[in-house]
Ligand binder design. Structure first.
Ligand code: ADP
Ligand code: MG
Length: 242
């Protein structure tokens, strides 16, 4: 069953009186629980695609479906998604617990339920002993985990990650990558993960979407993409012989 579908999705940005097309008809069916990486060079449209799923950018043409619903016209809060950004802004004056609970309080989830969900997320992310701390009392890696915790507690149908590792040093990047894999194993939430890094894509993806200049060049497993690149672009970008 497809959880997430792109049906000939098009995006044009308006620039004054001109319009600039940056996504040229992307179609893909993503199954329940899959971990999908969208990879391609800077400016190819990865963030735009993700932001349309999140409802942060309007879809110009085609449809995006989450579960059985066309979500084109829905507000971000109505979409059953959670997004982890590169700059994982936490509320500095709130404790770790309150940072993770905030979205649930806004959504009027009962107190007991909030506590249960935050405790579960804290256990998975090994944050249990840090719940009373403020963000400034945490390491970079711990802050990153709080940001992921905040997404988990919402129990979304789809997780969206926009280059969450790119501001981290090499060691922390490797750790966080493992953390994300563990999270996916334990929770099995359908995930869309954007990166410009081929190695990261090959390591994390169950299937990957290779983008170039707003076009989907290939959609397949890392093995397929590596061994049978669909285009010369894919061959040179992934680094295997055409
Ligand atoms: P990526 O995330 O792959 O680096 P983006 O989705 O951010 O790429 O951008 C794709 C293209 O759309 C780029 O050419 C970028 O300049 C353009 N773009 C992104 N956001 C806007 C915007 N708000 N207005 C106009 N053009 C934009
Ligand atoms: Mg981007």
């Amino acid at each position: 069953m497809a959880t997430l579908q792109f049906k000939n999705v098009i995006k044009q940005y308006r620039q004054g009186k001109q319009s600039l097309q940056v996504i040229h008809g992307v179609s893909a069916d993503i199954a329940d629980g899959e971990f999908i990486v969208i990879v391609g060079p800077s400016g190819c449209g990865k963030s735009t695609l993700l932001r349309m799923v999140a409802g942060l950018e309007e879809v110009t043409g085609g449809e995006i479906c989450i579960g059985p619903r066309v979500v084109n016209q829905l507000e971000p809060a109505e979409r059953d998604i959670a997004m982890v950004f590169q700059n994982y802004a936490l509320y500095p004056h709130m404790s770790v617990f309150d940072n993770m609970a905030y979205g649930l309080k806004i959504a009027k989830v009962p107190k007991d339920e909030i506590k249960a969900r935050v405790d579960k997320a804290a256990q998975i992310l090994e944050l249990g002993h840090l719940l009373e701390r403020k963000p400034r009392q945490l390491s970079g890696g711990q802050r990153q985990r709080v940001a992921m915790g905040r997404a988990i507690v919402r129990q979304p149908q789809v997780f969206l990650f926009d280059e969450p590792l790119s501001n981290l040093d090499a060691k922390l990047r490797a750790q966080t990558r493992i953390e994300i894999q563990k999270l996916h194993r334990e929770l099995g939430i359908t995930s869309l993960f954007v990166t410009h890094d081929q190695v990261e894509a090959m390591t994390l993806a169950q299937r990957m979407i290779v983008m170039n200049a707003g076009h989907m060049e290939q959609f397949g497993t890392p093995e397929e993409v590596y061994n049978r690149p669909a285009t010369t672009f894919v061959a040179s970008f992934i680094g295997s012989p055409p």
